[in-house]
Design a protein around this ligand. Structure first.
Ligand code: FES
Ligand code: FES
Length: 168
């Protein structure tokens, strides 16, 4: 009996955080593993690997997706944003990141990249969501540490502008 043939690898080209990137992927390599291992974007966290925790969330063409539920080859030509791609223009934390920090929206930080990207997608569509709408939008992202109150407070503070009160 002949040995099984190695799976054929593909060159995957995509835009990641505004830059053209490319890497090699065998057909069943998950997008989450491709981003972490091939492109070294380790802000993409991998928890459940079955679409339930939201830790691996990235923006694909502006939409939050579970990168553990998609093959890298399916992202051919796409525009991907990871947490590494959301600093402020000066390279520091952006408003949402600062609000998470100020409202204790993170502890261990494992869930944080996915939550930041999911919240960012909401704010891109709706700058005035209610607290209930924020909670509903973030409901698919599991946090084991914070009890969620600080996370909701942080997103709400950016929406109502209270995060900038007192800022210069
Ligand atoms: S690791 Fe992808 S949803 Fe949990
Ligand atoms: S801060 Fe630890 S899982 Fe959310």
């Amino acid at each position: 009996m002949s040995a099984p043939r190695p799976q054929e690898e593909s060159l995957v080209r995509l835009t990641v955080n505004g830059s053209e990137r490319r890497g090699v992927a065998e057909p069943r390599l998950l997008l989450s593993d491709f981003l972490r291992e091939e492109l070294r974007l380790t802000g993409v966290h991998v928890g459940c690997e079955q679409g339930e925790c939201g830790a691996c969330t990235v923006l694909l063409d502006g939409e939050p997706i579970r990168s553990c539920l998609m093959f890298a080859v399916q992202a051919q030509g796409a525009d991907v944003r990871t947490v590494e791609g959301i600093p402020a223009e000066d390279g520091g934390l952006d408003r949402l990141q600062r609000a998470f920090q100020e409202h204790h929206g993170l502890q261990c930080g494992f869930c944080t990249p996915g939550l930041l990207l999911t919240a960012r997608a909401l704010l891109a569509e709706n700058l005035q969501p209610s607290r209930a709408e924020i909670a509903e939008h973030l409901a698919g992202n599991v946090c084991r540490c914070t009890g969620y109150t600080g996370i909701l407070d942080a997103v709400e503070a950016v929406c109502d502008g209270s995060d900038e009160e007192g800022a210069e």
